[in-house]
Design a protein around this ligand. Structure first.
Ligand SMILES: C[S@@+](CC[C@H](N)C(=O)[O-])C[C@H]1O[C@@H](n2cnc3c(N)ncnc32)[C@H](O)[C@@H]1O
Length: 448
């Protein structure tokens, strides 16, 4: 924006804009200094990945990245030269993107389009299950670089699930897996029986279906293609970029109409040799474990505990249900209180809408509301009741999670270790909320 203002601006305005631009660039680059997700390179330029890059470049890929191996994340992309803010780190021609069009062009499309309620994402998933083993595939080199196992939450074993006892993630994982199993049972056996030449039974087993689901969840990207259609796609080479809470590449996902390519521009500079990170999206740890199989390092502002309230009562305490025939619900997302930016008194690091909700509900219990205003004279009894209510929700959660597991993590299986890390994170969030409530109560006592 500043660059476009600079064109044609008067000298004095140019000077102001230049100062503004350099300040903004310094601020953005300082984000890199706090980058807590630094990983150690184990190996640079690995065999198959190197071949994938060469294949890509032969087909029009342009890149300032090379592939490296990291202990914490498998493969990742490293800048092969300094990449300045706004530069394109990677450009993939649309013709190399694996999208719905490939199913339409294949012999699978006819039988699949006869099915009710099948989405194009599911069609593409079924297509990729066969293409993975097609030795004449145009994407053979890409399929050859994919891991044999994905290690996402969907592959957690019983020991890891046992560690998750008492967390919301356990329910989330079991439900996600059950849903996939139902989808598999409804689709694959019938397709194999009715079209055995197209859907060969040995390629459509439950294990291979789960592998393909993990592939699409952990590597799929939402892309708007040049025909304007939005779909989940696999983007060779770009699929090797790892995620960070402090990413370089934030905005991608629309094929450039003029170049017919997908461009990955860096929003902050990336020095030669530094790992170049993508943002997978604003996901909480539970989602990243379930569908990607990792927890990012650092404080994730999207890690939230959902609290559901039945808004059952109206102002005079009568049930809304009796009047409207339905009860309404509100959900409040509570983060670790260390992430709170609010320095307002009586915020306790908790979300203001949650506090407002509890204050108003507790008013129904005959407890007086604090008067509205810029500096509210907070009514102590009301505040005490609010904090005690929050404690009554979070203390049982803390008990449910229990103490930290005391087993040797480094010698545990990947899934058990990840489950224990997740539980620690949940414990940390819940403890921060209860601690904030207790210190709030102490403050109220001290001012009595
Ligand atoms: C799109 S792929 C990225 C390439 C991947 N590292 C590989 O070797 O194929 C996504 C997967 O990379 C890994 N990953 C991405 N970001 C990570 C991070 N910050 N920490 C640990 N693992 C990460 C996870 O296994 C995730 O499912």
């Amino acid at each position: 924006m500043i660059n476009s203002l600079l064109t044609g601006a008067k000298t004095d305005i140019i000077q102001v804009l230049q100062v503004l631009k350099s300040k903004i660039i310094t601020m953005i680059n300082s984000v890199g200094v706090q980058n807590i997700d630094e990983m150690i390179i184990e190996k640079l330029d690995a065999g198959t990945e190197e071949m994938l890059l060469i294949w890509g470049e032969d087909h029009g890929v342009r890149t300032k990245l090379k592939i490296a191996h990291f202990k914490e994340a498998g493969r990742g992309a490293v800048a092969s030269e300094d990449i300045s803010m706004g530069d394109i780190a990677l450009e993939i021609p649309e013709s190399l993107i694996i999208s719905e069009d490939l199913v339409r062009e294949s012999d699978m499309y006819d039988p699949l389009k006869q099915l009710d309620d099948i989405t194009s994402d599911t069609m593409l998933l079924l297509w990729s299950m066969r293409e993975r083993y097609n030795s004449n595939s145009r994407f053979k080199i890409f399929f050859d670089t994919l891991p044999e196992e994905f290690n996402t939450g969907l592959s957690f074993g019983v020991d890891a699930l046992a560690v998750l006892e008492g967390t919301l993630l356990l329910e989330e994982l079991l439900q996600a897996k059950q849903l996939l199993r139902q989808q598999y049972d409804a689709l694959c056996p019938k397709l194999c029986a009715n079209h055995p030449k197209i859907f060969q039974q040995e390629l459509y087993t439950w294990d291979k279906f789960l592998w393909a689901c993990e592939l699409w969840y952990s590597n799929g990207m939402k892309v708007v293609l040049s025909d304007g259609k939005l779909g989940t796609c696999l983007v060779p080479i770009a699929g090797l970029l790892n995620h960070s809470l402090c990413p370089h590449i934030l905005h991608y996902g629309r094929v450039d109409q003029s170049t017919k390519s997908l461009k990955f521009r860096v929003s902050r500079s990336c020095k030669a040799g530094e790992q170049c990170y993508l943002s997978y999206g604003t996901f909480p740890g539970s989602h990243l474990i379930t569908f990607y199989g990792f927890l990012p390092k650092g404080d994730n502002p999207y890690d939230v505990m959902p609290l559901d309230f039945d808004d059952c009562c109206n102002e005079d305490g009568r049930s809304n249900e009796a009047w409207t025939g339905e009860s309404s619900r509100t959900t409040h997302m509570v983060r670790g209180t260390w992430l709170s930016k609010s320095d307002k008194p009586h915020a306790y690091g908790l979300p203001p809408p949650l506090l407002a909700h509890l204050r108003s509900v507790l008013k129904g219990d005959g407890i007086e509301q604090p008067p509205e205003g810029p500096k509210p004279d907070i009514h102590k009894e009301n505040e005490r009741a609010v904090l005690e209510t929050v404690l009554s929700i979070f203390n049982p959660m803390l008990e449910g999670i229990g103490d930290s597991d005391d087993f040797e993590r480094d010698n545990s299986r990947w899934d058990v270790k990840l489950a224990a890390d997740y539980k620690d994170l949940q414990r940390r969030i819940i403890s921060s909320v209860t601690k904030s409530c207790y210190s709030g109560l102490e403050m109220l006592d001290a001012s009595a």
